[in-house]
Design a protein around this ligand. Structure first.
Ligand code: FAD
Length: 392
């Protein structure tokens, strides 16, 4: 793969709006990605393997629990810093960002928000340091966009719960130490349970043959009469709103992360177009290529402003789920379109692993589907503005 020469586009001087802390956090993540992710990521994506050696680095840049308070091992940062960390990581690879998103927003967040003090003390510091890796089990073979229909369930056996069911498409599953699993009790109410590797009847087979997020491990969570200790139930929130609250936090991070992938594609295409000569001049000098590049930077800039404003709303605890849906949908769609255009600018070279664009493009095909599909987020906006539910 080519050396990482990334220069971040900032067409509307967003840097002027960031605090010194935001820039410090972002620059540390940016440097780490250049040093520890870019040189190895193509190889790991090609062999479809998560590079476990970067776990310590992810913890060091604050990617595991950026906004979780420091007394639980988190970085105690604001939501814009969280977003910027996700942007920089996904600039490197969406699969690596997925691992960080799951750990922070889908495992640490529910333990922090819905767990009791004992659970927080037991799990959060280990998850923040990367000593424990986590997974989030919501999706099932027959319930993806409609998680409320889940059939995974547990029964109260007096001194423990008995968990049965299966989860599919679970990021980090193959190597997770703990997983936050959503299951129905005997009354049909959804609760979160912390399931640990090693519990009898719990297995995590890997899902192979993905053309997308190849550097992220995906798998199943299978529960066959798993005895879960009662103290592993998250006591402070139940119902579908509990997992959806986690998804709000993760989707917000994705809205920023996708910008990173788009920035990398744009920067790569711009550099290539200025260097590649055809018909006696750089291809960047042709109007058709300028149209692509000009539209890319316009869309990236709009997405940056959307994410920044959403970050301000998140910091004030005023961001609605529908606002987060709009940003996730828009920014991932934007990144996917930027990746497709950027790939064309590189001609034949665009399909090789010499450049990051094709990998970003394939990765984004998952990002546009997970954490609520492109269609589902549109329906959320539709419901929000009309008051009419078009899901069913
Ligand atoms: C790589 C990867 C990693 C993932 N990681 C996780 C994870 O860590 N944890 C987890 O719990 N899940 C995870 N997921 C699952 C992901 O969230 C689901 O794939 C997603 O929610 C869509 O569900 P589905 O694939 O079952 O599609 P379906 O729900 O079957 O949807 C199929 C199509 O129908 C459309 N559709 C569905 N309902 C409607 C409707 N009402 N109106 C109009 N169109 C509709 C959808 O938009 C989609 O186009 C992951 C998925 C992938 C691919």
């Amino acid at each position: 793969m080519k050396p990482d020469l990334f220069e971040a586009p900032d067409y509307y001087n967003l840097d002027d709006l960031f605090s010194e802390e935001h820039k410090l956090v972002r620059d540390a993540a940016r440097e780490w990605v250049k040093r520890d992710v870019s040189p190895i990521i193509e190889t790991y994506a090609q062999k479809a393997e998560f590079p476990k050696q970067i776990i310590g680095g992810l913890a060091e840049i604050g990617a595991f629990g950026p906004y979780i308070p420091e007394n639980y091992g988190g970085a105690g940062l604001d939501q814009i810093s969280y977003g910027l960390i996700m942007q920089e990581i996904e600039r490197g690879d969406s699969g690596v960002r997925s691992t960080a998103s799951v750990q922070s927003s889908l495992v640490m967040y529910p333990i922090w928000k819905y767990g009791n003090e004992e659970q927080r003390q037991k799990y959060l510091p280990k998850l923040a340091s990367g000593a424990f890796m986590g997974a989030f089990g919501l999706t099932e073979p027959n319930h993806g966009s409609n998680p409320g229909g889940m059939t995974t369930n547990y029964k109260d056996m007096g001194d423990h719960y008995l968990l049965n069911g299966a989860k599919l498409w679970i990021s980090n599953a193959p190597f997770c130490d703990v997983s936050v699993v959503w299951a129905k009790n005997e009354e049909g109410r959804i609760h979160g349970l912390i399931v640990e590797r090693g519990m009898e009847g719990f297995s995590t087979p890997e899902t192979h043959n993905k053309w997308s997020l190849r550097a992220s491990a995906t798998g199943e969570l299978i529960f066959q009469d798993v005895k879960v200790p009662k103290e592993n139930l998250l006591p402070n929130k139940s119902g579908l709103g509990a997992p959806l609250g986690c998804l709000d936090s993760a989707r917000y991070g994705i809205a920023w992360g996708a910008i990173g992938a788009a920035m990398d594609c744009y920067d790569t295409a711009l550099r290539y177009a200025k260097e590649r000569v055809q018909f006696g001049k750089p291809v960047a000098g042709f109007q058709l290529q300028q149209k692509k590049l000009a539209e890319m930077i316009t869309e990236i800039t709009k997405a940056q402003l959307l994410a920044f404003r959403l970050g301000q709303l998140k910091n004030e605890d005023k961001a609605s789920s529908a606002q987060i849906s709009m940003a996730k949908r828009n920014n991932v769609d934007m990144a996917l379109k930027v990746a497709r255009e950027a790939r064309q600018i590189l001609g034949g070279m665009g399909i090789t692993g010499e450049y990051s664009i094709m990998r970003h493009m394939m990765n984004l095909e998952s990002v546009v589907t997970y954490e609520g599909t492109h269609d589902i987020h549109l329906l959320i906006t539709g419901l929000d503005i009309t008051g009419l539910n078009a899901f069913k």
